[in-house]
Design a protein around this ligand. Structure first.
Ligand SMILES: [Zn+2]
Length: 512
């Protein structure tokens, strides 16, 4: 009996304790997690990280200091220049037919009203037959705010209709919405302008401001991008307030609003990537990279796009430095600038560092929200099955029980920074999260804030990332880059490997 019991204990021990480094990584990530503190400092303290803003610069400096405090060498590497701009206050009130403070904000790069509050009537972009009719109507915009977004037929997201509505009313709403959306697209097209050139035409004709409502198909969420106007404000207003003003206008009660937008132009400013490194002991010229874009849009605080990816990589680096300070290969992390304007920071890095890209064992990028990593694709690399499976095997089951792999997968042509590496045939992989309704609720929205972060999931991801990096560093063999044969599409054409695209090194300046 005694002997048998001993053997069982021993076997259980073997099954559980596979690798002391893995166990120590899990323990450090679980017992000494820095994620909540880092999130508070970055999202609440510094805030959103729009390219060219002082907050983006503060974030880069914060990250370098943070790495230094963990004994990791880090630096900010300049790759380009951007238009400098700093967001100020946005005050938007309806003052007629009654007073109501409206929920909304100026878009990124919005011009300042120079301390003045502008009060004027609101009109709707009319349904003109063609660009000649539009030009004829255009003088009517003088001294007015123009609403250029469609009025949504419902402020309820589809999942809410699906749960509580009858099948008939849900179908009817969707049909109405599709028709109205098509009609609005035609309305814009008939002006002879695009979504980008229309605000400029209104500005030139003497409008005092442009109003949009870019609803994100969830309760209380709008997507906040950049303004195209150069002198007058462009503000985005929440669906509820926007449709209120729209209905008032349609019924003949023309509302008046007061708008004050404050912002500072900062000229041309340098743009950076933050890079940090733990030098390899045996093969210092071979690299395993962690990757996440650092910048964000600025309607919220960029908490899940891509604050959570950023913190996953920072926390993994911190843990690795503590538990695995002498990696065989060099561990490098890239916190990229200006991903949102076209993967600019990572594309610039690929252009500027061929010596690293050529000797890249693997790169792990995370950029689709706060959720647990559930998919890893081989990105079209023929042998990815071999090494990714081997590395994943090191991850204890509870951290990957929902994780699916796709081999060889197809190479990603964009979407996030791993694609900058895949395009040149380097092994860039995406650690893809489950959704938490990322696309509608947090991606580029006004609600992408600290409270949406699911810290247990991010902790899980820091563990998975740290173990993958550890395993990739220890792997006795160098990874192979052979590409799989690309699939044929429905037309019988063979698809092509994505092409490398150049970084924009000087951006946003045409918007002045
Ligand atoms: Zn992102």
């Amino acid at each position: 009996m005694f002997l048998v019991a001993l053997i069982v204990v021993h076997l259980q021990g073997l099954a559980q304790v596979q690798d002391p480094v893995v166990d120590a990584i899990v323990k450090e990530a679980t017992d000494n997690s820095q994620l909540e503190k880092l999130a508070h400092e970055l999202f609440d303290g510094i805030g959103p990280r729009l390219v060219g803003t002082p907050q983006m610069q503060q974030a880069h400096d914060w990250a370098v200091n943070k790495y230094a405090s963990w004994g990791i060498s880090a630096k900010n590497e300049k790759w380009g220049e951007w238009r400098g701009w700093e967001r100020g206050i946005s005050h938007i009130d309806m003052v007629y037919p009654r007073v109501k403070t409206l929920e909304g904000m100026q878009l990124a790069w919005c011009p300042s009203t120079n301390v003045k509050t502008i009060t004027a009537e609101v009109i709707i972009l009319p349904d003109v037959t063609d660009s000649i009719a539009f030009q004829k109507w255009l003088p009517a915009v003088k001294g007015k705010f123009i609403m250029i977004s469609m009025k949504q037929p419902t402020g309820r997201p589809d999942y809410n209709w699906e749960e509580f509505g009858t099948k008939e009313s849900f179908e009817k709403m969707k049909k109405d919405r599709t028709e109205q959306t098509d009609a609005w697209t035609t309305r814009i097209k008939n002006t002879g302008k695009t979504n980008q050139t229309l605000p400029v035409a209104l500005e030139k004709a003497g409008a005092v401001g442009v109003i949009t409502s870019n609803w994100s198909r969830g309760f209380g969420v709008n997507k906040i991008f950049g303004a195209y106007t150069k002198k007058i404000p462009t503000v985005d207003i929440a669906l509820e307030d926007y449709s209120l003003m729209y209905r008032l206008t349609e019924s003949g009660t023309i509302p008046k609003i007061s708008v004050l937008t404050d912002s500072k132009d900062k000229g041309v400013v340098p743009t950076f990537n933050t890079l940090a490194e733990i030098k390899g002991s045996e093969k210092p010229d071979e690299y395993v990279m962690l990757s996440a874009h650092f910048d964000s849009w600025d309607g919220g605080t960029g908490a899940t796009d891509n604050g959570t990816g950023t913190l996953t990589m920072m926390e993994a680096m911190r843990i690795l430095k503590k538990i695995y300070p002498n990696p065989k290969r060099t561990i490098l992390v890239g916190h990229w600038g200006s991903e949102e304007q076209g993967l600019n920071g990572s594309r610039a890095f690929v252009e500027d560092h061929p010596e690293i890209v050529q000797n890249l064992q693997a790169l792990f990028n995370q950029d689709n929200g706060t959720g647990r990593i559930v998919t890893i694709s081989g990105q079209g690399f023929l042998h990815s099955y071999d090494y990714i499976s081997r590395w994943l095997n090191k991850v204890p089951e509870k951290f990957k029980d929902k994780l699916e792999t796709r081999f060889p997968g197809t190479p990603g042509g964009g979407g996030s920074d791993f694609a900058s590496f895949v395009a040149v045939g380097a092994l860039g992989f995406s650690l893809s999260s489950n959704s938490w309704l990322y696309g509608s609720y947090t991606w580029h929205t006004n609600r992408d804030t600290y409270d949406k972060v699911v810290f247990d999931d991010v902790r899980n991801n820091a563990i998975v990332t740290a173990i993958l990096v550890y395993a990739a560093c220890e792997d006795p063999s160098k990874t192979l880059r052979d590409k799989s044969v690309m699939p044929f599409n429905a037309k019988g054409e063979q698809s092509k490997w994505p092409e490398q695209r150049k970084a924009t090194r000087k951006g946003g300046l045409d918007q002045k």
